[in-house]
Design a protein around this ligand. Structure first.
Ligand code: DOR
Length: 440
């Protein structure tokens, strides 16, 4: 195991809850934050980090990732993905059920938890996937961050697109339901309509804004009918954002990915099928409306939807190219670069990427730099800029849609449960994260 020693972080710019900010010290003992003050005196010998000129944020909690283990380890595995997390300042992740076998019952969940305990260098939680005939499991398995429903953009057992089956899931229990909201009937129809087109940019027209809006409307309708806790994953269109602006019950949350904030359909010209994801990239106007919705609190948090595929898979011809992009190594620098450019504040980034996620998923004692909270922290450099370079990436897939982008806010040190898991470019692979607990 790692060096669970006491740590004193000295003279960092500390991002505190509720938009507060101080320059000061943070004392970490036994994996917890014990004191936050402008100056902490400590008599016994202790490891000190001189953090002058650096900014300390709560570690990122990424609420939507696909880490491919078990079954698809040639794309990514829990070790490589968690190392990429540590480098990106992500100290906890919530992982999706579309692995092999699917995470649709207690034994598959237990298997993932065991694998994660043995190899993850950051903290972990897993979704249980709805199949339409595993209602009993959806109600009883634990620990899980919630039920994932693919309303569209999926095939096989995990596709649950019929309203009456969806209603059966919304009607029973009170566990969080997270939806991938795209309307499969419309997608199927448009696939036929555009069949034979090999230009990957057609992807955004096949799975268009209307397909996303239809499914989001249905999920909202069911959530309202049963007052069921709903989370809308990777919101991608201006139309959905405006709908939520009009009618968003207090028990509904939504997230957006950096891809849908920073990229749009013009990316097909520059990076081709690397830009293919579900839901697809949209227009610059959608980027703008999503940003505004995030700033206004209509969208609650940022998730990467880290979905690695190999370059060989991505080099096939559309529609054989798989959808998805990696993201855990670049999400924090992308958002902090936006903050430096004046699009938002660093405190807002900390809220969207950590504090609000912990609240939304009922993850206790995480997401804030407050005494008593777990010492999951990231120290970033908001002065220097560095390009995203393919050869520096730790994700097994080995590419990023943001290669060449010049970003600031790169993590210098990442701390998980008081252990330094990443420091100045070096990983401590002895560190192990813990299973997250979710208050229901
Ligand atoms: O683009 C995507 N890829 N969206 C998803 O919802 C699934 C993911 C994957 O697993 O590859």
């Amino acid at each position: 195991m790692a060096n669970s020693q006491s740590l004193l972080i000295r003279q960092a710019e500390i991002i505190l809850p509720d938009n507060q900010l101080i320059v000061g010290d943070v004392l970490v003992e036994n994996g917890k934050i014990t004191t936050v003050d402008t100056h902490i005196t400590h008599n016994t010998p202790i490891r000190e980090i001189d953090a002058q000129g650096l900014t300390l944020l709560p570690g990122v909690i990424d609420p939507q990732v696909h880490f491919r283990e078990p079954g698809l380890e040639y794309k990514e595995d829990l070790f490589t993905a968690s190392c990429a997390c540590a480098k990106g300042g992500v100290t906890s992740f919530l992982e999706m059920p579309n692995t092999k076998p699917l995470t649709i019952n207690q034994s598959a969940l237990d298997d993932k938890l065991q694998r994660a305990a043995s190899k993850c260098v950051v903290n972990y939680g897993f979704f249980i996937g709805a199949t339409g005939d595993n209602l009993a499991e959806l109600l009883t398995v634990k620990p899980t961050c919630g039920i994932k429903i693919f309303m569209g953009s999926m095939h096989g057992q995990l596709l649950v697109s019929q309203e009456e089956i969806l209603e059966g899931i919304f009607a029973q229990g009170n566990r969080l339901i997270a939806v991938h909201a795209e309307d499969q009937t419309r997608i199927n129809h448009r696939r036929q309509q555009f069949a034979g087109i090999e230009d990957v940019s057609i992807h955004s027209q096949i799975q268009d804004n209307e397909a996303a809006l239809l499914a989001t409307k249905l999920a909202l309708k069911l959530s309202k009918k049963y007052q069921r806790r709903l989370h809308i994953l990777h919101l991608s269109t201006g139309e959905e954002a405006e709908l939520l602006r009009e009618e968003k019950p207090s028990w509904v949350t939504a997230e957006v990915t950096p891809q849908h904030l920073f990229l749009n359909t013009s990316a097909y010209q520059t990076i081709g099928s690397l830009a293919q994801m579900n839901p697809p990239l949209r227009s610059p106007k959608d980027n703008q409306i999503l940003w505004q919705a995030l700033l206004d609190g209509v969208i609650d948090f940022i998730a990467t939807d880290h979905a690695p595929h190999t370059l060989a898979e991505k080099a096939q011809v559309y529609p054989n190219t798989p959808s998805g992009m990696p993201g855990v190594e670049t999400s924090l620098p992308l958002m902090l670069t936006a903050a430096k450019e004046g699009k938002c504040t660093v405190s807002q980034v900390a809220n969207w990427m950590s504090t609000a996620v912990a609240k939304g998923y009922g993850i206790e004692n995480k997401g804030q730099i407050t005494p008593g909270y777990d010492a999951d922290l990231v120290l970033v450099d908001l002065v220097n800029y560095r390009q995203v370079k393919r050869e520096e990436l730790l994700t097994k897939c080995g590419w990023s849609p943001f290669e060449g982008w010049n970003l600031t806010g790169w993590p210098v040190i990442t701390i998980v449960g008081g252990d330094m898991v990443y420091e100045q470019g070096k990983l401590n692979t002895q560190v192990r994260g813990k299973a997250l607990n979710f208050k229901e």
